[in-house]
Design a protein around this ligand. Structure first.
Ligand code: PEP
Length: 240
């Protein structure tokens, strides 16, 4: 997957039907298989009906297989509802639910076991970015989260926490360097090659064109700018 919309706890306004209309009116791509949308859980099956050619995914899964976990969705249930991928390790989930590397590791294993492609997010807080320690920080997250995991369908999203929803991005060469380090680390230390390495953090239909020209940026995970069908379509048009 190259471009993924993360709708978070929002539905695109004013409704799914008009999002779909404005997306398809504006998108120029013939084959939308490399695009994903992660709606709230309750809208996964509705989205599958609306978007026959786009992959639909979940925004999280439980770290347990089944049982007494009120409010949670297992990998199996997410798959059963039609999801084909799952976003894991998003910084909002890490922060709001105290999600640590051990839990993310379990979730990635469960996703793979249940045929959900994992889209795993990594990113540094602003103080780490400012101190120049981003690469070490991300590599140690990769090491812990991917312990004993190798698969050929893993998508990695590099998402600096301080860039999410702020309109502020790292410089392109900084993103490029981190993506290149992520790729090297996965291949040389973890022994798997990520399917793609996406950038996430304040991507919009204007800045995506420059970003996508970098050889280490394969695509994007998009939050705010994915909530309007036409702006998401423009990101797709300018990036694939
Ligand atoms: C995100 O939260 O994954 C994200 C990339 O958000 P935004 O595009 O709004 O910065």
């Amino acid at each position: 997957m190259k471009i993924i919309a993360n709708w978070k706890m929002n539905l695109p306004t004013p409704n799914l039907g008009s999002w779909t209309e404005s997306f398809y009116q504006n998108v120029s791509l013939q084959d939308n298989k490399s695009i994903g949308i992660a709606p709230p859980f309750t809208h996964i099956s509705d989205c599958i009906k609306h978007f026959k050619d786009i992959r639909i995914g979940a925004q999280n899964i439980s770290s347990e297989t089944e049982g007494n976990r009120t409010g949670e969705i297992s990998a199996h249930i997410a798959k059963d509802s039609g999801a084909s991928f799952v976003i894991l390790g998003h910084s909002e989930v890490r922060e709001n639910f105290n999600e640590n590397a051990l839990l993310i590791n379990r979730k990635i294993k469960l996703a793979i076991k249940n045929y959900l492609s994992p889209v795993v997010c990594f990113g540094e807080p602003q103080d780490i970015y400012k101190s120049g320690d981003t690469e070490d920080f991300i590599c140690s997250q990769l090491k812990e989260c991917f312990k004993d995991i190798q698969a050929d369908n893993i998508v990695i999203a590099y998402e600096p926490i301080w860039s999410i929803g702020t309109g502020t991005l790292p410089k392109i060469n900084e993103i490029s360097e981190i993506h290149s380090s992520i790729k090297d680390y996965c291949i040389n230390h973890l022994k798997f090659k990520p399917e793609s390495i996406l950038y996430g953090g304040s991507v919009n239909d204007e800045n995506c064109s420059n970003l996508i020209n970098d050889k280490y940026i394969d695509g994007f995970l998009v939050g705010g700018a994915s909530l309007k069908g036409n702006s998401f379509a423009k990101i797709v048009n300018n990036s694939i």
